[in-house]
Design a protein around this ligand. Structure first.
Ligand code: FE2
Length: 311
């Protein structure tokens, strides 16, 4: 087989989470929080929707849309390298998705080319490339770079993971008793995390800080602003990342994370028997107390916005 033919038979892979789009009952209050406290920069407004960037290259990493029924997750948007990659990802996705639109040019802020779809368990997802990304992408102390990972709850962890593998080119990189960690075309340990629940819901969205100090300072700024730490700070096992979890506006589950493990093809995945803590411990350092009752409640509360899957 010629190299060109071989390339076309390889599975196309997404490069991580480009952005999340959420719905808020009070978008202006949420926007004030995400710029003034969470430390993102507003980059665009369009028809009541507000867009924010991190310090990384992506045009925006968060879009807030007005909601009619309170907080919801409208979609998770994955990043693809170029139009050819989007088209190949579409070919892999359309037969496996519950609903799927054709790739097309986007008219929303940042533009680009992509398609939206719904996975077999009714999670709204999308793939986008070619957006008007930023040339300035240097880290800034105490400001999030990008979305590190999205943790979704699903009625069938195995089936959702298999969809991510077959449609989007993920691999299962680690498995704990509770969670499956999914790796894509990136050096990040994981970009998606899947856990069990009765309904497809958002567990949390993790924003990546540039270093440990920024993660800690961000946690302190949240406390100062009336958003106490609901779990953390600590250092996870799988992924080795430092974490602090919060309830954002409208009880939206958020994480600041830092020092995410960078891996290559030599990484050896491990299973639940490996990722165990000694009694009484919940993180590598042994410093975090158990999560709060509030965190327990909000990590399985945010539903996907129905009928909002088209880009
Ligand atoms: Fe996380």
């Amino acid at each position: 087989m010629a190299p060109k033919d071989m390339a076309t038979t390889l599975t196309a892979r997404v490069r991580g989470v480009r952005s999340i789009e959420i719905e808020m009952a009070d978008p202006e209050r949420a926007a004030d929080f995400y710029s003034r406290v969470w430390n993102l920069h507003e980059v665009a407004r369009d028809g009541g929707s507000i867009y924010f960037r991190g310090t990384g290259r992506h045009h925006h990493i968060l879009a807030i849309h007005p909601a009619t029924h309170g907080a919801a997750l409208r979609r998770v948007v994955f990043d693809a390298a170029d139009q050819a990659a989007v088209d190949r990802l579409f070919d892999q996705t359309r037969a496996r998705a519950t609903r799927c639109e054709e790739p097309h040019a986007l008219r929303t802020p940042g533009g680009g080319y992509g398609f939206g779809f719904v996975d077999p368990h009714l999670c709204n997802l999308a793939v986008v490339c070619g957006a008007a990304d930023h040339a300035d992408s240097a880290d800034a102390k105490d400001r999030p770079r990008k979305i590190a990972h999205v943790n979704l709850n699903t009625p069938d962890v195995k089936a959702t993971a298999q969809f991510l593998i077959d449609a989007l080119g993920f691999t299962l990189i680690d498995e704990t008793a509770a969670l499956w960690f999914m790796h894509c075309d990136s050096t990040d340990h994981s970009s998606m995390v899947i856990g069990p629940a009765k309904l497809p819901t958002l567990n949390h969205v993790a924003f990546e800080m540039p270093d440990l100090d920024s993660t800690m300072r961000g946690a302190g700024r949240m406390r100062d602003s009336g958003y106490p730490i609901e779990w953390g700070v600590g250092r996870h096992g799988a992924g080795n990342n430092v974490f602090a979890y919060f309830a954002g506006p409208e009880e939206f589950p958020l994480e600041y994370t830092g020092e995410v493990l960078q891996i290559d093809h030599s990484y050896t995945p491990n299973g639940p028997e490996y990722w165990k803590w000694p009694p009484g411990r919940l993180d590598q350092w042994g410093v975090t107390p158990p999560h709060t009752a509030r965190w327990k409640r909000i990590q399985d509360m945010v539903l996907f916005a129905p009928d909002a899957w088209r880009l």
